[in-house]
Design a protein around this ligand. Sequence first.
Ligand code: AMP
Length: 395
Amino acid sequence: MKILVLNCGSSSIKYQLFNMEDESVLARGILERIGLEDSVLEHTYGEEEIEIEKGIPDHNEGIQIVIDTLLDKDHGVLENMDEITAVGHRIVHGGEKFASSTVITDEVIKQIEAVSDLAPLHNPPNLTGIEVCSKLMPDTPQVGVFDTAFHQSMPARAFIYALPYEYYEEYGLRRYGFHGTSHKYVSAKAAEFLDRPLEELKIITCHLGNGASVAAVDGGKSIDTSMGLTPLEGLVMGTRSGDIDPAIIRFLMEKEDLTIEEIDDILNKESGLLGVSGISNDSRDVNEAAARGNKRAQIARNLFNYRVKKYIGAYMAAMGGADVIVFTAGIGENAPDVREDIMDGFEYMNIHIDKEANNVRGKETEISTPDSAIKVLVIPTNEELVIARETQELL
Ligand code: AMP
């Protein structure tokens, strides 16, 4: 069985084709700059990689070129399109309607549309991807896997904002949480790694990438997470502010004569590591500059790490302790110094990091000492594989 996983963004399409017999990736790639004249498709198959530059006006042609490339006689991996048994789509926002993945039907499409104003940048291109696949391969089943679904188990005390309750009832204004596929995957992997039942474990999962969130996973269920109505809340991120005092919005609008759209851009695109350091949204650049003595980079780095530490402490309190802390995603998997700094100061709780074991990148490893009261693990995430597996299961 071959499953195509699609992640359709507003101007990009990421894809992976899985052979589910052994869960190997037959091909993967990313098409970027859709809608511009210099769209570019990077396609990897086996050890080979090719780049195709060609104006791609819309997602229709975008998905078509992905399929054509998968079928290409020189660098394709399929003989014909029917070999694709199903398509799994990453859908960012499922609102309260979806607590698990689902087979796409007309009714499901309507329900995704109904929550699209909660994720206006993400859900419409996700839906376009579904629509185009329905046209190009009408007989191939499609499955939607939601970033929000895993966090639907959060209790009201974790998801209700202390705003007039009518806004929740009327608009669904509440905390949803994101990166659910990743938090679910790494928490299950952590249980497997430790050879203990997931149901018995209290796990704090730290997904630290360009977007970043922490989740409290109690017995395999998310009971709290740092992102909220949108992926803006919580941790300091590459370009996102994370938690701020909401009064700042009015203050800045008045002082700088800004519109609400400009404020939105500042909070989402000009803040976080980039805004504080003035150097980059990439944590490697910021950490390098900090190591060279750049003051603002040092503040940005410390702010990022401190915020993660605070959420870890909060989620220990929320769960009445923790058994495992997991680091994942670009920074979590690859930055030993960030992990060490975040875990520095937890010694009073008998949590100890083994510096040598922690000197690891992108590999499933235990980085705590054998006598540490809480296990600290690095677990590489794999959201695409989860989407492929859930698609297969639903078939
Ligand atoms: P993601 O969004 O999960 O792809 O993660 C992107 C982030 O991971 C960026 O801030 C990168 O700087 C960071 N990252 C990727 N590789 C490394 C590395 N080898 N060391 C430190 N940070 C890294």
